[in-house]
Design a binder for this molecule. Structure first.
Ligand SMILES: [Fe+2]
Ligand SMILES: [Fe+2]
Length: 202
């Protein structure tokens, strides 16, 4: 596809995102799009799907907490205890619905990758893993814990990167005193811990 055709195809989406997201969130979305595309090159999977999923992954991340719960009800999404306590956790699944309704995305692989970022899930597709990790490691992220390790690991062993990411998320949730640890994050931790053999060592 030619560069101007690509711009036609995705330029309006970027403009629309720019209109709803904060400037920081918009720039982060571009960072995740390009990082996802880079990881897709590394793992020889669909670069365009990775770019699109990365671009739109935070399409819903502009709502106040109450609106996440309203949208979840409107879209018929189940809401777990941890999501009720931290409604922001709903932004990936609400974002997948918005990607379809407002941005016309129909590709189920792309929608799944938007829906599972943040928490991951057991048995993610490669595309889901890519967007989940790209969200954490994109170049504009401030220096988050384990960022250097995760940036390297993402390009050498993405399963290990997902495990380490989930482990760090759980440690963060525990240290911030959350009464309920998000069950999807816990599943991601268990699944990738077993898959990589790192669970026993950690
Ligand atoms: Fe997000
Ligand atoms: Fe994000």
């Amino acid at each position: 596809m030619r560069e101007d055709e690509l711009f036609e195809k995705y330029g309006w989406m970027a403009e629309r995102l720019k209109g709803v997201l904060s400037p920081v969130r918009y720039r982060h979305s571009l960072g995740v799009a390009f990082t996802s595309a880079s990881l897709a090159m590394r793992y020889r999977t669909d670069v365009e799907k990775a770019f699109l999923a990365g671009l739109l992954h935070d399409a819903a991340k502009y709502m106040p907490n109450g609106e996440y719960l309203e949208k979840a009800a409107e879209f018929g999404l189940t809401v777990s205890d941890s999501e009720r306590l931290s409604p922001g956790l709903l932004h990936p699944r609400i974002g997948a619905v918005l990607a379809e309704k407002e941005y016309g995305v129909t590709d189920p692989d792309v929608l799944a990758a938007i829906a599972s970022h943040t928490t991951g899930r057991a048995g993610m597709s490669l595309l889901e893993e890519i967007v989940c990790i790209a969200d954490y490691i994109e170049p504009l992220r401030p220096s988050l814990p384990l960022i250097d390790e995760l940036r390297e690991l993402a390009f050498t062993d993405i399963d290990k990167a997902v495990f380490l990411y989930a482990k760090r998320q759980i440690e963060f949730l525990k240290s911030s005193g959350r009464p309920v640890i998000d069950e999807r994050t816990a599943e991601t931790y268990q699944y990738y811990g077993k898959k990589t053999g790192l669970l026993e060592e950690s």
